[in-house]
Design a protein. Structure first.
Length: 247
């Protein structure tokens, strides 16, 4: 009897313990932590890492045109530097053929520039023009180089000066061939000024013509004429001999 009572007590205790433990087991598990939202800086960094990959077979319309033209110009410059550049009067072995020979070309061009300048100063205009033409021809392929471009500009300037001076010299020779001789000047500070020209039957004033020339100015000791040569106008003075001048 006592044994039966003890078994009942133990059974009741086990049931109570199981009822207390059940709520613990029925508790839900802890919810997982939410993912961290990306900040603005994270989004910018992600955007900077992105690279555009065009579809295969589709041309990319976003082209840096300036970079493309610069690359093409540099390629042409390298190609021209690689070509053979003949020097007038030089031997084939002395002529620059590639970029490593450009220093020799520049040295030669500087010496030719000095020679052209000396010819212009000596008034040898035809020779200066020929020397300038012979210098410019081998330098033109290297115009993109600053050291060569400065020499080209200088030689072209001297050649233009020589050409202009030669035209004026030719015009003056043609004018002197007319042999206009001023015999005297009728000069007045306030009145009309006139000049006496050899071979003319009357005194001439400003705007009168003589031997296809126009009188443009009359001074005390000279008369200025406008002369047309090669469709260009020139002005040349003719001085009065002091022994024949008229006050």
């Amino acid at each position: 009897m006592r044994t039966t009572a003890m078994l009942c007590v133990l059974a009741l205790m086990g049931t109570a313990h199981a009822g207390e433990a059940a709520p613990e087991a029925a508790k839900p598990s802890k919810a997982p932590a939410q993912a961290k939202r990306p900040s603005a800086m994270d989004l910018i960094a992600e955007e900077e890492r992105w690279q555009f990959r065009p579809t295969v077979g589709r041309p990319d319309v976003f082209i840096d045109l300036e970079a493309m033209l610069t690359a093409q110009r540099q390629a042409k410059a390298r190609e021209s530097e690689g070509k053979r550049s003949p020097l007038p009067g030089g031997r084939p072995s002395d002529q620059p053929q590639a970029a490593n020979d450009i220093d020799q070309l520049v040295a030669w061009a500087k010496s030719e520039e000095a020679r052209v300048r000396q010819l212009v100063a000596a008034r040898q205009f035809e020779e200066a023009m020929r020397a300038a033409d012979n210098t410019l021809k081998p330098l033109e392929p290297y115009l993109s180089r600053p050291d060569v471009a400065s020499i080209i500009v200088s030689v072209r300037t001297y050649r233009a000066q020589a050409e202009e001076a030669k035209i004026r010299d030719d015009a003056q020779k043609a004018f002197e061939a007319l042999k206009i001789q001023v015999l005297g000047v009728l000069w007045s500070q306030d009145g009309q000024r006139m000049t006496i020209i050899d071979g003319e039957n009357r005194a001439l004033s400003v705007n009168d013509r003589v031997k296809d020339c126009v009188v443009i100015n009359i001074d005390q000791d000279r008369v200025d004429f406008r002369f047309v040569f090669g469709r260009r106008r020139f002005e040349f003075p003719v001085y009065v001999e002091q022994s024949r001048s008229t006050p």
